[in-house]
Ligand binder design. Structure first.
Ligand code: GDP
Length: 527
């Protein structure tokens, strides 16, 4: 196998999705421990709480994930190179999360056994399903009482509309949780005193019954065997193709806090999860093993390191090999550029990248040249992976600095934070007032907080009661319609007129009255 084939086939790039508190941080940490990427339990958590200590804005820190530097982490396990991408676990809609899901090849969905499928999981799951991303389910907190496994499978199938297939099956739960039975390997993994207490291979269910007699009560054993027979008989058989297409999810049980079930999960996952997929582009299908280097920017983050005021563009490599000092071309501008000091991220450090392959994420120092969705090519023969999905803002507010003396920092902060893509910045045509647009209210809170923390600017924010933004594609807005009781016109950062409406009814009415004016909900692509 050639170098590049070998490197690509050992890469797994995935994100963990869950509702807050289901155990994402804990599971991530246990995986990092297994891979030797961190040495002590609690380091990921410690980071999270250290951040809490320095900021009294708990929700905000939560929203920004485990920690800023660990929003992408790479580690090795049993020969595989694993890239975990963090998705902020806040309940609010986050565009960042959605874009992150565009950069992975599979997803691990954590469910709390007591809670089953929760709201946030449902939302994130929908994006994965629409993209056909393979989904692996880890049902966590088996050391607590929760829903019965069969009930959970039904919930996954009904609420999420995807087949489920249990790879292992829990033996009891809560205080009577005794371990899991691995249906694939035909082995019992025992759980005792909060940790793994051995493995036993068995031939059949009679032997399973015998083996468990001294460990679990008869009712638990009977229920287990009855369930297993039912699943064998009427359940979905593991179907690698269906998993690959995101139509079936392999299900695992465990208790992340004690690491129970985590190694087994990771081993099965590494065998079943796809390696970096091919991607469609303007020049056709790009294979991860193609010689020519390519990737796209899915996330931009300012002030990664507040001491250095740096800005990082996160590039997901889609093909070829990154080599230090190589030349690349930015598709949007056609300009040739050196990738300046790309960084790779580990649990608690970042290091300069020597080489990287499809599936890897590199962080590029960004002096302001990259935009979210940019394609970077390693040859003059440029092509594009297309735009990343954009979500039209639904919340609007006027902002200004409390202290007029801070105008310079205010402008800089707005520009830099807007480039990350979480908020849109508009101006009113005559007064030149700033209007912000965001998909969720939370983005405003984050914005106010970061303007203060990172730029030292206190903001005055006045919410506006608009919910819909439409770019004017054709036609002129007559003067008398620039600002009415139900709509107003603002200009976006490229001076394109955008109409804000209070509701669908006002929008429809406007369209009916002004047929010559064409409106669109997507900002046209910019050079
Ligand atoms: P996140 O918000 O999804 O990142 O969740 P965390 O990993 O921070 O976990 C939320 C809480 O659940 C923490 O108090 C964890 O210690 C706890 N937790 C995580 N996994 C388990 C588990 O397997 N069993 C139990 N009982 N608690 C767990």
């Amino acid at each position: 196998m050639s170098d590049i084939n070998q490197e690509v086939s050992r890469r797994k790039t995935f994100a963990i999705i869950s509702h807050p508190d289901a155990g994402k941080t804990t599971l991530t940490e246990k995986m990092l421990l297994l891979g030797g990427a961190i040495r002590t339990a609690g380091s990921v958590k410690a980071k999270k709480s250290a951040k809490f200590a320095t900021s009294d804005w708990m929700e905000l820190e939560k929203q920004r994930g485990i920690s800023v530097t660990s929003s992408v982490m790479q580690f090795e396990y049993q020969g595989s190179k694993i890239n975990i991408l963090d998705t902020p676990g806040h309940q609010d809609f986050s565009e960042d999360t959605y874009r992150t899901l565009m950069a992975v090849d599979s997803v691990v969905m954590i469910l709390d056994v007591a809670k089953g499928v929760e709201a946030q999981t449902k939302k994130l799951f929908k994006v994965c399903r629409d993209r056909g991303i393979p989904i692996f389910t880890f049902i966590n907190k088996m050391d607590r009482f929760g829903k019965e496994p069969l009930e959970l499978f039904e919930e996954i199938e009904e609420v999420l509309g995807i087949e489920s297939t249990p790879i292992n099956y829990p033996i009891g739960m809560g205080p009577t949780f005794k371990g899991v039975y691995d249906r694939f390997e035909k082995r019992i993994e025992y759980y005792e005193d909060g940790e793994k207490a051995g493995t036993q291979y068995i031939e059949d269910y009679d032997q399973l019954q015998e083996s468990l007699e001294n460990v679990a009560d008869q009712a638990t054993i009977d229920q287990l065997i009855e369930d297993l027979m039912l699943v064998d008989e009427a359940g979905n058989e593991f179907d690698a193709d269906a998993v690959k297409e995101g139509k079936q999810t392999p299900v695992f049980f465990g208790s992340a806090v004690s690491s129970f079930g985590v190694p087994t999960f990771l081993e099965h996952f590494l065998l079943m999860a796809p390696y970096p997929a091919s991607r469609e582009s303007s020049k056709g299908t790009v294979e991860p093993t193609d010689d020519v280097f390519s990737g796209f920017v899915f996330k931009i983050q300012a002030n990664m390191d507040p001491a250095h005021r740096d800005r990082i563009a996160f590039l997901r490599i889609c093909s070829g090999k990154y080599e230090k000092g190589m030349s690349t071309w930015l598709e949007r501008t056609g300009k040739q550029m050196k990738l300046a000091q790309p960084q790779q991220f580990f649990a608690d450090s970042r290091e300069s990248v020597e080489e990287a392959y499809a599936g890897d994420i590199v962080g590029l120092y960004d002096p302001g040249v990259y935009q979210i969705g940019d394609t970077v090519c390693g040859s003059k023969d440029i092509f594009s992976f297309g735009d990343l999905p954009q979500f039209p803002p639904e919340h609007f507010a006027k902002v200004r600095p409390k202290n007029a003396m801070k105008h310079k920092q205010y402008i800089k902060g707005i520009q830099q934070l807007a480039q990350e893509g979480a908020i849109q910045v508009y101006r009113t045509p005559r007064m030149e007032e700033t209007v912000l647009g965001a998909v969720g209210q939370l983005q405003f809170d984050v914005f106010i907080y970061r303007m203060k923390a990172e730029y030292g600017v206190d903001l005055v924010m006045e919410p506006l009661s608009y919910q819909i933004a439409r770019w004017v594609e054709e036609g002129e807005i007559p003067n008398k319609l620039m600002h009415t009781s139900t709509s107003m016109v603002v200009n976006d950062y490229l001076d394109r007129p955008v109409m804000l409406f209070k509701n669908e009814f006002n929008l429809d009415y406007f369209k009916g009255q002004n047929e010559e004016i064409k409106l669109t909900d997507k900002p046209p692509r910019t050079e």
